[in-house]
Design a protein around this ligand. Structure first.
Ligand SMILES: Cc1cc2nc3c(=O)[nH]c(=O)nc-3n(C[C@H](O)[C@H](O)[C@H](O)COP(=O)(O)OP(=O)(O)OC[C@H]3O[C@@H](n4cnc5c(N)ncnc54)[C@H](O)[C@@H]3O)c2cc1C
Length: 480
């Protein structure tokens, strides 16, 4: 260990206690990566990731405050780290940085059954919270595929969306209040209220902030009583365009089935083989709510689906999806074999979505010779539009540089196609470091607002540098 690093660790230990500052090679190795596929693959191919100088593990808001004031005061870049399930490189260290993780901030602080809120420290894993709420008859209704990996603070920081978002909303709809620590150690709280007309909604500043403004330390989430009733049905669909048009009309009429998933023909064959014919897509619908609600909604959307020519398949494909929806072992196996396996989620208004789906898949298949497969589904819908979630596999040479080249070829085609056709570059995985260069184009003139907020809250640019905002946008990139 070099002397300055030694001093830094000594200074941190004197403020937080020796057990809250970790520097063993094993811990540094684990904290040098999140779940982004490219660095994981490059590690398999022999390229080690950059480790942090050390890992700080505060137990309280006061300790987060002390750590940030000390590190930022010494000019050290800080990388907030939650569950480490992010897939955009957002919690991976930059050279010379210190990770501040929230693994010791894991207390559930209280459930208010009258006001329907639960308050937690940021490091509570969502799965732990949901199990705890379930025992008491409640749920947040937030079920990302990474429920077993992600923490509440990380979900807030990335603007996460869960599989049942059409009914319950995404994390921005579920946060009732929060507390965060700014780069200089100042603690700020937005107390929970049913609604507040006192200026802009300051909760939203933190939702999607990706550690670039400070660290979220406490969150109050809305909860609902666990729904007693469910209705499930799957349908074979002739094409993505037919399916997207039906989903658009369901949303337009105001129905909100909790799950609305339209998988293309490639995914239908891969995951629902035997339920649909070759070339058919599959639509999964699930409605839940108080007694009477789910059956009423189910009957209405079923009538619309049959009128649109969809073939009912019964509830079995939805039950199969429910059982296997969080299995990701297959992805890890692919990476170990040297395959790029990745997902890219974008969103767009209804007017552009089918074109984005067709053109992005078409370009990947035609222009990237290493593609093994490219498929997509829509899984989060709104009256104004929907998301697309591309699932992609490619086989580069067994070489870290070639993996990066193929990865770039894939990402640039999906990002460029989405932007050209009026979509947004991320629906719910956030920006991290990998997507930061497209942020100025995505936000247009409001990028300047984001940049000024960043400068005001983090004047030295030490909070998660290069994540969310590009470090140095090329001249002219904001002129849109
Ligand atoms: C298999 C798999 C499935 C996934 N499915 C979904 C899904 O269905 N829906 C979805 O939305 N996402 C999904 N994701 C992405 C990921 O789980 C989410 O982005 C999640 O919100 C990250 O939470 P985390 O606690 O793991 O955060 P991390 O990965 O640790 O961090 C993510 C970002 O947030 C910042 N951050 C973390 N904690 C804090 C904090 N307390 N304060 C400030 N900044 C912080 C980090 O610096 C980083 O920039 C999936 C990922 C995987 C690997």
């Amino acid at each position: 260990m070099t002397q300055p690093v030694d001093d830094l660790i000594t200074g941190l230990r004197s403020r937080l206690g020796s057990r809250q500052v970790l520097d063993s090679p094993e811990v540094l190795a684990v904290r040098s990566l999140d779940m982004s596929p490219l660095p994981l693959l490059q590690q398999v191919l022999g390229r080690e990731a950059v480790p942090p100088l050390c890992v700080v593990r505060p137990r309280s808001t006061d300790e987060v405050s002390a750590a940030l004031a000390y590190l930022v005061g010494r000019g050290v870049p800080v990388i907030p780290y939650g569950g480490g399930s992010g897939v955009q490189g957002g919690s991976a260290p930059v050279p010379g940085s210190v990770i501040v993780d929230t693994w010791a901030m894991d207390r559930i602080l209280g459930l208010d059954e009258e006001d329907l809120t639960v308050t937690v420290q940021a490091g509570v894993p969502l799965a732990t919270l949901e199990a705890w709420l379930g025992e008491r008859g409640y749920t947040c209704g937030h079920y990302p595929q990474s429920i077993d990996l992600a923490q509440v603070g990380g979900l807030v920081a990335t603007r996460s969306s869960g599989q049942f978002s059409t009914r319950y909303g995404s994390i921005e709809d579920l946060v009732a209040g929060l507390e965060a620590v700014l780069a200089d150690g100042t603690v700020v709280r937005v107390a929970s209220q049913p609604r507040r007309a006192v200026g802009p909604d300051l909760r939203q500043l933190w939702i999607g902030s990706e550690g670039a403004f400070g660290i979220v330390t406490e969150v109050t989430l809305k909860v609902v009583p666990r729904p007693p009733d469910r209705w499930l049905q799957a349908y074979a669909v002739g094409s993505m365009r037919v399916g997207l048009d039906l989903v658009r009309r369901v949303m337009r009429e105001g129905w909100k089935p909790a799950v609305v998933r339209l998988h293309d023909a490639t995914e239908a064959q891969r995951s629902f083989h035997g339920s649909v014919a070759e070339g058919e897509c599959i639509l999964l619908l699930l409605s839940e709510g108080p007694v009477g609600y789910a059956q009423a909604e189910g009957t209405a959307v079923d009538t619309m689906a049959r009128a649109a020519g969809l073939r009912p398949l019964g509830p079995a494909p939805v039950e199969a999806w429910l059982e296997h929806r969080n299995d990701v072992a297959e992805y890890e196996a692919y990476i170990r074999r040297g395959v790029i396996i990745d997902t890219i989620e974008v969103a767009a208004p209804w007017t552009g979505i089918a074109d984005i789906y067709e053109q992005a898949i078409g370009r990947l298949v035609d222009e990237v010779p290493e593609m093994v497969y490219a498929s997509g589904h829509s899984s989060h819908s709104y009256p104004q539009g929907t998301n697309l979630y591309f699932v992609l596999a490619a086989q580069p040479r067994r070489d870290a540089d070639d993996a990066a080249r193929v990865y770039e070829a894939i990402w640039s085609r999906v990002m460029e196609t989405t932007l050209a056709l009026g979509g947004t570059i991320s629906h719910h995985h956030g920006v991290g470091r990998f997507r930061a260069r497209w942020v100025p184009r995505d936000l247009g003139t409001s990028y300047e607002l984001l940049r000024r907020v960043k400068t005001a809250l983090d004047p030295l640019g030490l909070m998660n540098p290069g994540s969310l905002l590009p470090v140095d946008p090329a001249p002219g990139e904001t002129d849109h």
